[in-house]
Design a protein around this ligand. Structure first.
Ligand SMILES: CC(C)(COP(=O)(O)OP(=O)(O)OC[C@H]1O[C@@H](n2cnc3c(N)ncnc32)[C@H](O)[C@@H]1OP(=O)(O)O)[C@@H](O)C(=O)NCCC(=O)NCCS
Length: 142
């Protein structure tokens, strides 16, 4: 497995949108708008590959000079539970730290809290709803 940053608008980005649709949006009857995807041009786009096949992905969006927001964390269905998400997390945290950021936060689905806790993220604040699912803000100092 290899991990790398990919470019917005590239063939790999199209693969990433497909994977995110499959894992994060279609099960909820939702999709991505063009505006939503256009806004990702300034984001850090990260994916795990086996040869040409994308196994998982996530996005880092800059919130301020200290903080990155992790978004769109997804591992393909039949590959979950095999350590791919963990590899993506550690690669992603290294990228944020190398760029001088001190904190990562995310809007975590309640079903994913246990996953993020494994890496030291803590829930802050109350539950809220996003894409019709219960979420919590989680964060960690790098
Ligand atoms: C959540 C997700 C990204 C985790 O990736 P993954 O490749 O399945 O996770 P890993 O196999 O690397 O798991 C790492 C550790 O976290 C644990 N873990 C994984 N998913 C978990 C979950 N949903 N809840 C609690 N623990 C979880 C694993 O058991 C493993 O623990 P271990 O180190 O003690 O063995 C992936 O399951 C996924 O895409 N889920 C659907 C989409 C989603 O919910 N995305 C997050 C939105 S906020």
């Amino acid at each position: 497995m290899g991990l790398k940053q990919i470019d917005h608008g590239s063939k790999e980005y199209q693969q990433m949108v497909q994977l995110r649709n499959l894992i994060l949006r279609q099960p909820l009857g939702l999709s991505f708008s063009k505006e939503e995807l256009d806004r990702e041009v300034n984001d850090i786009l990260i994916a795990a590959f086996d040869e040409e096949v994308m196994l998982g992905c996530c996005i880092l969006s800059r919130l301020d000079s200290m903080t990155m927001r992790l978004r769109q964390m997804a591992v393909n269905n039949n590959l979950q539970g095999k350590g791919i998400g963990a590899s993506i997390m550690s690669f992603t945290e290294n990228i944020a730290a190398d760029k001088g950021y001190r904190k990562i936060m995310m809007h975590a689905r309640d079903t994913a809290i246990g996953f993020y806790e494994k890496f030291g993220y803590k829930v802050v604040g109350n539950q809220f709803f996003e894409v019709n699912l219960p979420h919590y803000i989680m964060e960690k100092r790098l």
